[in-house]
Structures are given as structure tokens and as C-alpha cells.
Design a protein around this ligand. Sequence first.
Ligand code: AMP
Length: 616
Amino acid sequence: MGKVIGIDLGTTNSLVAWMNKDGPQIVPDEQGIGLLPSIVGFAEGKPVVGLAARNGATSAAQTFFSVKRFMGKALSDFDAAELARLPYAIDGDSRSVRFPVGSTNYTPVQISAMILATLKKRAERFLGEFILKDAVITVPAYFNDAQRQATRDAGEMAGLDVLRIVNEPTAAALAYGLDKRNQGIIAVYDLGGGTFDISILRLENGVFEVLATAGDNHLGGDNIDDRLTALLLTEIQETHGFDLSTDREFLVKIRRIAEQAKKDLSYAEATRLLLELPDGKRLDQILTRTEFEKILEPLVQRTLGPSQQALKDAGLSPAQIDEVVLVGGSTRIPLVRKAVAELFGRKPHDELNPDEVVALGAAIQADILAGGTTEMLLLDVTPLSLGLETMGGVMERLIDRNATIPCRAKETFTTAVDNQTGIDIHVLQGERELVSDNRSLARFKLAGIPPMPAGMAKVEIIFLIDADGILNVSASELRSGVATSVTVKPSYLSDDDIADILDASFENAETDIQQRQLIEARVEAERRFPKAEELLTEMSEVGAPETLEAAQKALEALRIAYTQENHLGIRDAIDALELAAEPLVAQRMNEAVGSALRNRSTDDILAKVEQARLQG
Ligand code: AMP
């Protein structure tokens, strides 16, 4: 597979990231900017995406922001007051939401597709790829199926193959490499521009599970900007006597100043607010961090309620949280960080850019799917050999340990006795020669084989391990077509278990092989006993007495060798018996052939007689 990109399709901003040899990287636009405002405006019916739309290149009624809130929803899901506050045109019913632009109605999926297509193009240009299709897209953990499907549809509409939809908090945890812990509880505190989300995740054996989510769909940096804007408007009214609250152009300007002041105060103790007023005078004022925090405090408090609720829903106390991750631009605010640290009683992870963590994690997930980050795949090789029990309790290996998966192996067996209608299949895992020293994974029976002489049936057994490490064993008798199969998960062993198994196999390698050889020699001898006895009985009248005696003696010798713990002795006795019995076998063969010929000639004569009668 080629490159796979990771996309954070955010409410306020979106990003695309990819993985290079140094790790996950944000893909910048031509100006070197990573964040793409999730805003689509229309100028004369043509879409304008991102910064230009945000900066007022398109009229307010046709500039659509926070469209993510409407994904997979209907207009009736929202309250009228909330919709009335939106500066842009919105339409819809109990089944859909639409954004009218002239005579065209755009859906939230179409608007989102325009944002995704912009990111796709950006990545293609930056990575020098003519066409880049494969992507991972993140969504909030609380998104339901319809919202996830809408996101997938938007991706496809933008010309992307959406390989996976990943939860934003999971991506954030991946970005911090938290998947490398074996297990743990992780709280992801995400305070962005317009939304607040808290997610509690449980990590176990590389798998993230969402235990609880909570949040506030209308709480974020925008609310802070609103409050600062309102404060400035009051200030202007009090000191200069202007009411500018209905002057849209001025409001945009003042909001921008407020947001910048907020950002500055994340790093500085004070900032200067400077603004030209309509009468030519200036607003020039210092805002300190302490003053700012007074405005901020109630908003920060509002995030603590949902956080406590999520903990309660997960059945956990703050002390049980192992890691805390910060996501979203507003978590740069020192007061926010302090509140989070106090709530969970530990310092949150803040080493990465909180605007970028989700996209970086998406790039890591993308790279795993592209097959790049192999050390994160728990199962790229089989940790232990897989095989079957064969005669005498020995394991026959079909797939060797460390074989890369997915893989497949095939072996053909036959029946041991005449008219055997079933075959027992015992699936084993391990490195030892004897069945009893290995792990039993599954037992099943291939039944319904039609009666036939021993050795006639052709039983094909196929081992197939898929990319997820799941083993499927199927057995079929090829002459009759009877078939059956089982699926086993062979790999739930810890690294320690595997190390123990391997140690034992190295330690016992020599004795194991000797045991195996002994068992195999004995199985061979067991096969000879009934055959030799049958031969001696059959030939007792017609065979030469010395030959009969020699064969009898060789058989006795083999019976004695069979009881000894020496596979070479058994093999020698088998050879000796074969030699001694050879004249008898030859004699029996000749007689059988002779009688067949005799029978054949009678048949031939009969056939000729019949033919003559018919012709005559
Ligand atoms: P996001 O939705 O994660 O992109 O977050 C965007 C929000 O983060 C906006 O409200 C920004 O104003 C806010 N933000 C970005 N940088 C800072 C900063 N340095 N201090 C405070 N807020 C910030």
C-alpha cells in the first residue's frame, strides 16, 4: 500500500498529517500554515475554503462554519433559538439539514467534503503524489453511527478511500505513544474553539475502549472571545459613548482583537488592547492575566461538571486515571491546565501542540494501516509454531514460528485403517515434538468419510492465519468432498509465556527428537505386526518351512526390539523382517497374479462364446 494520510476534521479547524522517517508530521499549505479553518463560504456561487472564508471573503449569510455539528443530524434535532443565532442561511426538516446558496442546497456532508478535498489536494502537492486516496479520519468518541457514516460519505465524496474512522481521543493517546503501555486508564480533555469533550479510555493489550464521554457542545474558546468582546463593547460605551454592538464590521474587528489578546495572555502576564474607534479616537488599554482569569473562571468551571460526570459514568475516581491528555487550542490557557491538573491530581501531557495531537495520532494510525509502523502491530508474525497431532502423539508442524502473517499451509493425510469414516483433528501450538508438551488449541472431527480401504482417503488440511492473527483450520476429504473447519485465536499468550515455551523447546530439543524418532519407529512396527501375522497364516500351508521359520523368528525379534527404547534397533528389526518375509510375499504375489490370469481367460472364453452366439 502507498501513503495513507491522517485527517482531523474539526469543528473549528482541520488538519492533515502523514508519517515520515522522523515520525508524524503536519502537512502545511503553501504559506506553511497547518491549520485549515473548517469554513466554506460561497462567492458568486463558487466555494472558498479556509482562511479566506474566515477573513470575510464571502458574505456572512453564505459563510458556513461549525458544520460538523450538523453531520448525520436533522434540522429538528436543534432548538430554534440556537438556529436563529447562526449568521448563515440554514434549512431542512426532520430528516436533513441544508445550506442554501442561491438555487443550490448544500448538505453538511458536501460542505465537509469540500474541506476534505482541500486537505487532500494540499497533501498531494506537499508529498508530490499525483493522486492520494487512502485516509484515516477522526471523529469525536460520542459520534453515533449516522454521524460516522456521514463523515465517511464526506471522505468518499472528496475522492478519498476512508480506511478507518478513528476516535479523536484515541488518536490523541496514540500521538503521545500511550498505546505502548500495556494497560491503563486515560482521560482526554479536549477544549477547542466551540466544543468541550471529555473522554475516558481504557487501554488493554493495544486496544482502546471508550468507557465514558461527556461534554458541552457550546463551550470553548469562542465563548471566551464573546466575553472579552462584550467587555470591550461595554468599556467603549462607558468611556466613549458609542454603542457598536450592532455594527457587524466593527464587531468582527473587535472580536479579532479579543481573540489575539486571549492568545497572548497564555504566555504573557499582560497584553495591550489597541483599537481605532469610529470617531478617530483610540481604545488603548492594558489587560492583565489576573483580570482575564476573572472572566475565564466560570467558563473553566463549566468543564469540570462534565469531567466529573464522565468519571462517574466510567465508575472511576480521579485517582484511578493513569494519564491525562490535553487536546484543543484552548488548553494552552494556563488556568485551564491548572484546573485539569487539580481535578485529576496529576500533570497532564502537554508536550505536543494541542491543536495538532489528533491529526498526528491519525497519521500514526494511517501508517499502521499502510504497514509502515510494524512494531505497533502486535501480530505481524506468529509467535509459535502451529501444527497437528499425528500417529503416536507426535506434533506435525504446518506453520513455523515467526512466519509472517497472513499465511497458509497445506498437508494431506490419509486413513490408517480400512473403512475409517472419521478423522480426529487436534490443532496444536508450540515448539516441542510431543503433543503432550504443546498447547492444545482445538479438537474437531471430520466425519462422514465413505468407507474405503486404509490409505485410500485423501484428507487435505489447510491452516490459514489472517492479518488479525486468527487461525482457521479446514479439513476436507477430496474423494468424497466431505469438509469441516474451525476458527481459533491462537495468539493470546504473553511475551513471558512465549519465552518460557521457547526456552523449554531449546532445553529439550535433543530428548524431544529422540522421543519423536522412537515413537515414529514404534508406529511403523505397529503397522507391520498385523501384516506379518496375516502373511504367515496365509502362507503356512504353501510356504517353504525354512522361509516360514525365518520370517517367524524375525517377527519375534521385532516384538522384542519394540519394547526397547532404541529407535535404531526397531528400524533394524523392521528391515530384517522385511528381508525374511520377502520370499513369502513374492510367492503370494505370483499365486494371486496366476489366479487373476486364470479368471481372466475364463472370462475371455465366455465373452467369445457369447459373441459367437449373437453373431451366429
Ligand atoms: P481548536 O478547535 O482545537 O482548533 O481550537 C481553537 C481554539 O483554540 C480557538 O478558540 C482559539 O482561539 C484557541 N486558541 C488557540 N491558541 C490559543 C492560545 N495560545 N491561548 C488560548 N486559546 C488559544
